[in-house]
Write a protein that binds this ligand. Sequence first.
Ligand code: C2E
Ligand code: CA
Ligand code: CA
Ligand code: CA
Length: 284
Amino acid sequence: AKARGRNCLQFFNQQIQKDAERNAELHLYLKTALAQHEFELYYQPIVNPFTSQIIKAEVLLRWIHDGKFISPDEFIPIAEESGLIVQIGEWVRTQALTSILALQQRQLAIPLSINVSTIEFWTADLQQRFLAYFDAIQKQFGLDDFPYSLITLEITESLMMKQQKSINLLLTELRHRGMKISVDDFGTGYSSLSYLVNFPVDQIKIDKSFIQKITSGSRHKALIEAIVSMSRALDLSIVAEGVETQEELEFIKQQDIQAVQGYHFYRPMPQEAFFDLLAKQAQS
Ligand code: C2E
Ligand code: CA
Ligand code: CA
Ligand code: CA
């Protein structure tokens, strides 16, 4: 048994070593990924579950390195650790804004949700940079009528936990400009209702881990019902994420949730396919 224990430990050590090597390697390539144009935005439509109409979409970052897709779940944490996430985040926002303008020209514009890393709000300097970015891009695009109202920023609960006055002020300013603030992955962190009451937010996204448990029983359903009624009491809009099956959809509709994202309707897709889809919807 001792020998087996030792083998096991050796195995884990090897695995940790391998992971560390992989991370170091990804970090190295991530540094040049922006300059090498290895990033691409995908778009996942969010639909009205009663009509199947596309009402908005989430932009999701893709990294294509050496012809292979590397999952954001793998590279975002590395980008966060190294601080590269700040430049990457700005690139994502510029791409998303460019898309919004292109869609506006075709009268196809819908709101786009953009993920924001907690790291981007970490220090006072970064918070300032976050706002300054929008001032700069507004000037760069030369628009008086900047489409702030078509931007939703998705933040996570860990940000709310910081309970920093400056974060509160920043979110208030972003909303003042017309952007919406959405709380992503709601219910997965150390969330508490008091954060929601005290934070200037517009929307919550029910995490897909909850949706996927709908089929496994009434207690999970009760949890979603509680989240829904609490959101309504606080006047927050709701998006259900990760809806894959008819059964999940039916339950979401019973809750009268008006916005759904998930493979049941659409997977994330490249920009061209997304634009085509919106054009087709406008024609019908
Ligand atoms: P997220 O923000 O929670 O995004 C939703 C994830 O769920 C996406 O994974 C999406 O493809 C996936 N998804 C949507 N519908 C379904 C479904 O029905 N079933 C299942 N199983 N999955 C579904 P993705 O694109 O791999 O992104 C993973 C995470 O990476 C995101 O989770 C987000 O935290 C992060 N991320 C992606 N793009 C960005 C970005 O531009 N900036 C930042 N900071 N983070 C990003
Ligand atoms: Ca998200
Ligand atoms: Ca989410
Ligand atoms: Ca997530």
